[in-house]
Ligand binder design. Structure first.
Ligand SMILES: [Zn+2]
Length: 271
């Protein structure tokens, strides 16, 4: 006998959302309820600095659908001190903190120097390895440097048997994707893949193995095409999965099943 929930047509993991952001201040409960109603089984709420990481951990403790990632975003890495680092390590002791992120390199905005970004990234990569947690990587206009940093990290990881992490909002070439896959990373895509400007990128996604893909919203950013300019939210991860199922020409049920099992394996979710 199966219960009603197993009959649900979609059961998805939104692998990347920023639920702590102030755009959700007045209706966060409704946002989470709509995600549950849409068939979302888990949301990873991702920190960008110490305060938002703390918020993510608090929300994971409060809502059974939410899990947290804690970390310092490259754009926030300019003034990182030992106190931030110590604060992060305290947060990782929380049971529902499942990843270190989001961390990475952003040479588009360059709010911190490349050297400083790299230092903060490398420290967090080694910290994640020490804890045996996966990482959530943000990479913008820094693919060459990112692959170099991750390749060096991969050769010194003490838990090479564990999945390394995920490249969030991937939007690169097939060659870059292949390099990340070879380093043990999953690749996460969102509804932006359906934008008219993503036509060439859809050809790349078509060639990626479904068993290494995750779906995400990056809420409140990057909403589906039909509501561009408005706030995104985790319920719309369904649309990211639909775009993926169309590109891969597999059913939406199969897309949901595989991406959810990938996310569960990567983050160690019991869902
Ligand atoms: Zn993000």
């Amino acid at each position: 006998m199966s219960d009603a929930s197993s009959l649900s047509p979609v059961r998805l993991v939104d692998s990347h959302a920023h639920l702590d952001m102030t755009v959700y201040e007045t209706d966060r409960e409704d946002v989470i309820r709509r995600a549950v109603e849409a068939g979302v089984a888990a949301i990873i709420s991702v920190g960008i600095d110490l305060p938002s990481s703390r918020e993510a951990a608090l929300m994971a403790a409060k809502y059974s659908i939410v899990f947290a990632a804690v970390g310092i975003h490259p754009q926030e890495s300019r003034n990182v001190t030992g106190r931030d680092i110590a604060g992060l390590s305290v947060l990782t002791k929380e049971k529902r903190v499942v990843a270190i992120g989001e961390i990475g390199l952003d040479f588009y905005h360059l709010l911190a120097s490349p050297e400083q970004q790299t230092r903060v990234l490398e420290w967090q990569l080694d910290f994640a390895d020490y804890l045996g947690l996966p990482v959530i990587i943000h990479s913008r206009q820094a693919e060459k440097e990112m692959i170099a940093v991750l390749t060096a990290w991969n050769s010194r990881r003490s838990h090479p048997q564990k999945p390394a992490g995920v490249i969030h909002c991937f939007n690169g070439t097939l060659e870059t994707a292949q390099a990340y896959l070879n380093l043990g990373f999953y690749i996460s895509i969102g509804a932006y893949t359906g934008y008219p400007s993503s036509r060439a990128f859809r050809e790349v996604v078509n060639k990626l193995p479904l068993d290494r893909l995750l779906v995400e919203t990056d809420s409140p950013f990057l909403p589906p095409q039909r509501i561009r300019g408005n706030r995104n939210e985790p319920a719309f991860v369904v649309e990211a999965a639909l775009v993926l199922s169309e590109i891969k020409e597999v059913s939406k049920e199969e897309t949901a099943r595989v991406t959810t099992s990938n996310a569960s394996r990567l983050f160690g979710l019991q869902i």
